[in-house]
Structure formats: structure tokens, C-alpha cells
Write a protein that binds this ligand. Structure first.
Ligand SMILES: [Zn+2]
Length: 291
């Protein structure tokens, strides 16, 4: 699979709720939060025999496990937002999945993202907004299918994603269609209010990558939910503040952990560690939404 050189980086799978927010609502209206629905889709599985790279203190050396690689669809009266796109659908067509050379893990994709979206009557071109926790291949694997959506991305992540180094390593391949779209760049520290009503906001949490982000949504019946990308890739990551060896900045990672913990506390949010299987299976089984 093209783009796998990035495996050396993401190999093991791997706050600020201030009043001031930038807004994606063209009219600038601020309504009461509208009802939003969260659909959790299975966009891949990881079978790992050694999660050693997930902790730079060595505490995960030789420890294996199973991880989930989800995609999230957020449906709002003003549009549909896709948060992370999982592994490339090409993996779904590989018998037995993909075992990257030299990596202590195997990737599987039981169901294609496009097949799951079709269950809701959606084609890729129907997706209005696109955002990723970060641009590693396991999160942006199908990015090229969604180039018609409005892409919301942290400015530092954007610069890193299309840097000379990223090009040289072939990392750009799985999101190359986004290189020539005009993104909505998140600059500064303010969270980005996607629909302009405070119901869905994207917050900077750098350190795993230069512009890693997390997403906070507020549902009518189930309260607030925080989708935390790869801030804490394993269950133990949050308990012990584990920092993967391949993160872009250790101190920034620890500061982001503190800020996101504060955001979770202030919002009363349920924290979803995206690769933690138990967090995924605790959500309504697709196609049922959390609402
Ligand atoms: Zn990941």
C-alpha cells in the first residue's frame, strides 16, 4: 500500500472552551444548539503483538492488543461532518488484511466506509464538512474521496501534511486530492465552531502531530462527547499520560493532555479514546446514532 512509509511514524496505532470562537456559520448567527447525531463507523481493526512504540517510557514493550480505527459522521441540521476517514478502503480488499513489513501488527478493514455511508443514503460527495484529528494514514486513509467537502484543518497540521518531508516520504499519497482545495485553516488558539451554534467545535491539541485536534459535540439526550483522536491511543495512555515515541513534541503532548482534561471537565463530556475498542463498542452500533 502506498503511503506506508508513514508507518514508521504512526506505527503502533498507534482547552479552552472560551466564549470566543471562530465560526463556520456564514451568517454568523448564534442559535441555541441544534440537535446533532453521532454515528460511529468501524473503519478498521488493528491486531498488535507489541505496542512498545506507544509509550516512550518503555512500559508498553511486548504488550499487544486489539484496537479499533473508527470514522465518525456527525449529522447536524446545517450539514454532515465526517471526522476521520479510517484506513484506506484498499485494505478491505486484501485477504487477511495488511501486515506492514517489519511492523508488529496487522490491519484489517471489515467494512468499507463508503458502504457504511451508503446505508444512510450518503455518497462521498454528499459530505459537507471534513476534518481529521490528524493526517496520519490511519485517520486520513480515505481523504481523497472527500475533496468536495469543506475541509477544516489546523494551520500547523496543514503545513506539516504538505511539507517537503511529507512529500519525500510519500505520506501525501492518501490525501493528495486535498492539496489543491481551499481549506478552512484554524489559526491561533480559538476553537472552531463548525455550525456556529456551539454544538460542534474543534479544539487544538498538538503534540502527536504539529496540529492534532480533538472534537467536542453536544447532543440533546446524551450530553457532551469528546472525540480525542490519538491524544491517548491506548486505554493506559490516559491513565499514565503515556507519550508515543513518534509524537512530534513531547511537552506539547503533555500540555494538550492537561487542556483536554480541563475541557472534558468543564463540558462534562464523555471522553472517547478513538482507538480504544471498549469506547467504540459502548456507542450505539451503526447505523444507530448517539443523539
Ligand atoms: Zn491513529
Amino acid at each position: 500500500m502506498k503511503g506506508l512509509p508513514l508507518l514508521s511514524a504512526c506505527l503502533a496505532l498507534s482547552a479552552c472552551a472560551t466564549a470566543k470562537t471562530s465560526t463556520g456559520d456564514a451568517k454568523g448567527e448564534v442559535d441555541a444548539p441544534a440537535s446533532v447525531k453521532l454515528y460511529a463507523m468501524d473503519c478498521g481493526r488493528v491486531q498488535a503483538s507489541d505496542y512498545g512504540s506507544m509509550a516512550d517510557d518503555g512500559s508498553m514493550n511486548g504488550v499487544g492488543g486489539e484496537g479499533i480505527n473508527p470514522c465518525y459522521l456527525i449529522r447536524h441540521p446545517k450539514g454532515d461532518l465526517l471526522w476521520d476517514t479510517g484506513f484506506s478502503e484498499a485494505i478491505a480488499d486484501m485477504p487477511g488484511g495488511l501486515r506492514p513489513q517489519g511492523a508488529p501488527m496487522r490491519f484489517e478493514m471489515p467494512r468499507k466506509l463508503t458502504v457504511q455511508l451508503a446505508e444512510l443514503g450518503l455518497a462521498p460527495a454528499d459530505i459537507d464538512y471534513l476534518s481529521f484529528s490528524h493526517m496520519h494514514f490511519d485517520h486520513a486513509g480515505n481523504a481523497n474521496l472527500f475533496a468536495s467537502a469543506k475541509w477544516i484543518v489546523d494551520a500547523d497540521e496543514y503545513a506539516s501534511a504538505f511539507s517537503e518531508t511529507a512529500h519525500r516520504r510519500g505520506e501525501v499519497t492518501h490525501y493528495s486530492a486535498l492539496e489543491h482545495v481551499k481549506p478552512v485553516l484554524m489559526e491561533g488558539d480559538a476553537p472552531y465552531d463548525v455550525f456556529g451554534d456551539g454544538s460542534v467545535s474543534i479544539h487544538q491539541a498538538p503534540g502527536h502531530t504539529p496540529g492534532h485536534t480533538v472534537l467536542l459535540l453536544k447532543t440533546a439526550k446524551s450530553g457532551a462527547v469528546l472525540l480525542t483522536g490519538d491524544l491517548w491511543p491506548l486505554g493506559a495512555s490516559r491513565e499514565r499520560s503515556l507519550v508515543p515515541i513518534y509524537n512530534s513534541d513531547r511537552e506539547q503532548t503533555l500540555e494538550s493532555m492537561r487542556r483536554v482534561e480541563a475541557l472534558a471537565k468543564d463540558s462534562g463530556a464523555r471522553v472517547i479514546q478513538q482507538h480504544v475498542l471498549a469506547h467504540f463498542t459502548a456507542l450505539p452500533a451503526f447505523p444507530a446514532p448517539l443523539e
